[in-house]
Design a protein around this ligand. Structure first.
Ligand code: URA
Length: 234
């Protein structure tokens, strides 16, 4: 099996991201440094990453976390901020988050050891819907919302059509439910910036039909078999 697939099966990260472990010179087979992505791993090979032995995981683990704001979605942070890994410290597996939520965004985050599922859910081609609960300051016109629904240009590329529903409106704020099928950097916040609206609250509430409920901020639970099967086929 190719080295990047092998590392993904060890639960290090997605196949794509595991390529970096190889090219950065962190991987050895039988004590010998390997840097070529075409390297094959054979039964019985002794593979190490940063000097630690890694072995394919027999059974993957899938976790739903209610991420609070004030946490980053990386394993470590240069600025010393808290990371989502701090919230799952009691887990023995090497879990990694599927996709990212901003530091200030809360809500549904899946963490797993399954690199293939991670690839599937984050690949733009698969257009997995992600639903967010959004609160903006003040009101918003249907015309502006239609502009966002139809797609706006961010970084020179038009956003895909999306669904936006107003769920509550007062004179001070508007609550909306927004479903996008992409995962571009700070996408929801930047969409609203485009119509001069500041997102004061942002929470991911669903990935496809998988909804976040029953977890307080910072709590997690394992996904059940039917939820995992759903995500594998969504
Ligand atoms: N859109 C954003 O702006 N931030 C997130 O964290 C997720 C979607």
């Amino acid at each position: 099996m190719r080295i990047n697939k092998y590392l993904a099966e060890c639960g290090l990260s997605s196949r794509r991201k595991c390529e970096a472990y190889v090219t950065e010179g962190r991987v050895k087979i039988g004590g010998k440094l390997v840097t070529s992505l075409s390297t094959e791993v054979h039964d019985g090979d002794f593979v190490t990453v940063d000097g630690e032995r890694v072995k394919p995981i027999k059974k993957h683990v899938y976790i739903m976390l209610n991420k609070p704001k004030g946490y980053v979605c990386t394993a470590s942070d240069d600025l010393g901020r808290k990371t989502v890994m701090d919230l799952i410290k009691d887990r023995p597996e090497r879990l990694f988050p599927i996709g990212r939520l901003d530091y200030d965004t809360e809500g549904l985050l899946i963490l797993t050891t399954d690199g293939d599922l991670s690839n599937r859910l984050t690949h733009p081609r698969n257009e997995i819907p992600k639903t967010y609960s959004v609160r903006i300051e003040g009101g918003v016109s249907e015309e502006d919302l239609d502009t966002l629904r139809g797609g706006i240009v961010l970084d020179g590329v038009k956003t895909k059509k999306c669904r936006i529903k107003v769920t509550e409106a007062t004179s001070e704020a508007t609550k909306l439910e927004v479903t996008i099928t992409e995962g571009r950097n700070r996408q929801v916040r930047r969409m609203f910036e485009h119509i001069n609206k500041h997102v004061a609250f942002l929470k991911r509430v669903a990935i496809g039909e998988l909804k976040l409920h029953g977890l307080n901020r910072g709590e997690y639970r394992e996904l059940n078999e039917s939820e995992v099967n759903y995500l594998k086929n969504v």
